[in-house]
Design a protein around this ligand. Structure first.
Ligand code: CMP
Length: 150
């Protein structure tokens, strides 16, 4: 899957809630909740090779990948590909620390970003989103331990 169906809604009538409904993080959320989340998000198209977040920087947003691919470069570990429907940028918001890795677009990408306080409030109000986020982080931690360079 390289594009979410509807990831290019018509400018006059964008159905961003419909696009977000296809992101696994938001599966099972009622349409009303998705509309609320869509209002919090900024939707942007970025050219290939854009550094979306930079290791060590202060963090202010969480990102969902709606189109294209990006690569995460965790220091001392193998690069990890982030594809359509996946997210990044949660760690620094959760532990209030600098970005743990650089994330760079590999192709032109479309991302949805959600600011720090809206992201944290969303997790407080949407336990299903918080659970999927935790599951994904657990899976990434396991993979990252396997991929640690010796
Ligand atoms: P954050 O630290 O805010 O910014 C960089 C992001 O890259 C981080 O959040 C995670 O979303 C992501 N990231 C960092 N390390 C890994 C990893 N080992 N596997 C997958 N994603 C990662």
């Amino acid at each position: 899957m390289s594009t979410l169906i509807g990831a290019r809604p018509r400018a006059a009538d964008p159905d961003w809630a419909g696009v977000l409904a296809q992101v696994p993080l938001f599966s099972d959320l009622p349409k009303r909740h998705l509309r609320g989340i869509a209002k919090l998000a900024k939707f942007r198209r970025l050219p290939a090779y854009t550094r979306i977040v930079r290791e060590g920087d202060r963090a202010d947003s969480f990102y969902l990948m709606l189109e294209g691919t990006a690569v995460v470069r965790p220091p001392g570990k193998r690069p990890v590909k982030i594809g359509v429907g996946e997210f990044f940028g949660e760690l620094a918001l959760l532990d209030n620390s600098p970005r743990s890795a650089t994330v760079e677009a590999q192709t032109e990408v479309q991302v949805a970003s959600i600011g720090r306080s809206d992201f944290l409030r969303m997790l407080e109000h949407e336990p299903k989103v918080a659970l999927i986020l935790l599951r994904t982080m657990a899976a990434r931690l396991r993979l990252s331990e396997v991929s640690t360079k010796h």
